[in-house]
Write a protein that binds this ligand. Structure first.
Ligand code: GLN
Length: 535
């Protein structure tokens, strides 16, 4: 092991008992508090799977693929981080074991380790440490989330990394978060699985400084005492995280438990403890009386896992908190859609996606929204299908989407020039590109500027050959990428709110900055609902 002096502070967040505990939200909340306390904070997550990045994984497995501005296809927790700390992260923030191993093997093939045996210890661990230190460089504090659960075979190298770094006690700490199940039959919380997960950590040489219990409701102090005694952590260093109305109340809750002060004591951080205005505002807005209610439906084919549409959902939630609108969201399966079920909604979102499955349902939803003037937002694949529906049903063109019907001709949506369908990982048009907004359009009124930069993740684009014919029928091409003359936004002037965007506006909203397009979509849904009530 190479001893490397750490310049800065590192908090490793690990999880136990079960997954989907909200470890990402806890990590993001913690980082957000330190950022509010004026530290320069960075965040990263390690995922133990062997895919080089989540770009090739179906959203049904781990939820949406979050795209960073620099074109990284990252784990969805990176989205939580950006929303909570209001900071753009990079592809370096999301690292899988697959990426680490593939870099290592690439180096080995180049002869970098010539003569040496390449092994998990020291080489893999050194690589992990190198990535951690690279992300810490230039920051006061780095929060590192370890994906998965202690006890998983594939996450052992990450725990070994913590073990190796943790003896620099004044710089590195571990917070372990685990679930406390409630046994209905006895009406009691049970701490044993949590204790076992801490024992497992101990057996890997990692001794957590703080523990966080995740439970449905508040647990009793006797349980905390029990955990304290069995896990060798003082009860003042055990925090409770029971369910809350909104995850955006968690930072304030942690501040109330003085987590920042207690961590600062151990890491020797100099913080200023004034109340955090933003948290208080959000808490108040959540509790305030609402001005009305809207119901939004997301039509997609990954409806079984709501995390597939996480950034869309969180974007809607954050904005509705600020607008004081009570929000209901439903996910509809495009494969079995009945358009009559759409009639009670105040707004329809056609989400991004890949492949033919469910497209006819999405197209029926688009037609229904267009004909009934229901606010409609098509995102990425959604925009492409808005165009296809319009071309077929309004312009009466005999055209196809190349991804859906590759054996036909007349593609109104065709493959981007530089795409090669044999190379799938990390090869889409990814990350931020310019979009110029055209005068006298809804898009221009929404964004109030002439150029925006938006994040992308697609292989297909609109075929400009068909522009004139659609324009003649009232479709406006209101956003264009000036470098490639590629269509970025379409809208239909006959409807109040009908917009399709080739990019992903859902990645922009944070707790401090609302995406203008989502804001105006929510506003349109609210107006629609109001009008409907008055009729
Ligand atoms: N499948 C479409 C494309 O590759 C849309 C992708 C998406 O919705 N992210 O262009």
């Amino acid at each position: 092991m190479n001893y490397r002096k750490i310049n800065g502070k590192i908090i490793f967040i690990t999880g136990g008992v079960l997954s989907s505990l909200g470890k990402g939200i806890f990590s993001a909340s913690l980082a957000s508090i330190f950022k509010e306390r004026k530290l320069k904070v960075n965040m990263m997550k390690f995922d133990p799977y062997l895919n080089v990045d989540p770009g090739t994984i179906s959203p049904i497995e781990h939820g949406e693929v979050f795209v960073t501005r620099d074109g990284g296809e990252t784990d969805l927790d990176i989205g939580h981080y950006e929303r909570f700390i209001n900071q753009n992260l990079t592809k370096n923030s999301s690292i899988s074991s697959g990426k680490i191993y593939s870099n290592l093997i690439e180096d080995e093939r180049k002869g970098k380790y010539l003569g040496k045996t390449v092994q998990i210890i020291p080489n893999v661990i050194d690589k992990i440490i190198e990535l951690v230190l690279k992300n810490l460089n230039g920051y006061d504090l780095l929060v590192v989330e370890i994906g998965g659960t202690v006890g998983d075979i594939e996450s052992i190298p990450y725990f070994e990394t913590i073990r190796q770094l943790q003896f620099q006690r004044e710089n590195v700490i571990n917070i372990h978060i685990g679930f406390i199940p409630f046994l209905k039959i006895n009406k009691e919380y049970k701490s044993k699985p949590f204790q076992h997960s801490v024992k497992q950590l101990h057996s890997l040489g990692v001794f957590p400084n703080f523990l966080v219990t995740r439970s449905e409701e508040k647990i009793s102090s006797t349980i905390i005492d029990k955990i304290s005694a069995n896990c060798s952590v003082h009860k003042d260093y055990i925090f409770e995280l029971e369910n809350v109305d909104s995850v955006y109340q968690i930072p304030q809750k942690l501040v109330d438990e003085k987590i920042d002060q207690k961590i600062a004591d151990i890491l020797n951080l100099n913080l200023k403890y004034s109340p955090i205005k933003n948290y208080q505002l959000i808490d108040k807005l959540i509790k305030d009386q609402k001005i009305g209610e809207i119901k939004i439906v997301i039509v997609g084919k990954y409806h079984n896992l709501k995390d597939s549409y996480l950034s869309i959902i969180e974007s809607l939630r954050i904005i509705s908190i600020y607008q004081k609108i009570s929000l209901k969201i439903e996910l509809f399966d495009a494969k079995s859609l009945n358009v009559n079920d759409l009639k009670n909604f105040s707004g329809i979102i056609i989400a991004g996606g890949f492949g033919i499955e469910g497209t006819s349902g999405k197209i029926s939803a688009i037609k229904y929204a267009r004909e009934n003037n229901i606010p409609l937002l098509g995102i990425c694949f959604g925009m492409q299908l808005l165009i296809l529906e319009f071309a077929k049903n309004i312009a009466k063109l005999n055209v196809y989407h190349e991804e859906l019907n590759p054996n036909k001709n007349n593609f109104i949506i065709h493959l981007l020039k530089d795409q090669d369908l044999k190379k799938l990982g990390g090869t889409m048009r990814l990350g931020e590109y310019n979009c110029k907004l055209i005068d006298n359009t809804l898009a221009k009124r929404i964004y109030k500027k002439s150029m925006i930069k938006e994040r992308h993740r697609h292989r297909y684009e609109f075929n400009n050959k068909y522009k004139k014919e659609l324009e003649q029928k009232g479709l406006l091409f209101s956003g264009i990428n000036p470098e490639n003359n590629l269509v970025e936004i379409v809208e239909y002037k006959n409807n109040d709110f009908y917009i399709g965007v080739q990019f992903h506006p859902e990645f922009n909203t944070t707790l401090y900055k609302l995406d203008p397009l989502f804001e105006s979509f929510i506003n349109a849904a609210y107006q629609y609902e109001k009008k409907r009530k008055n009729n």
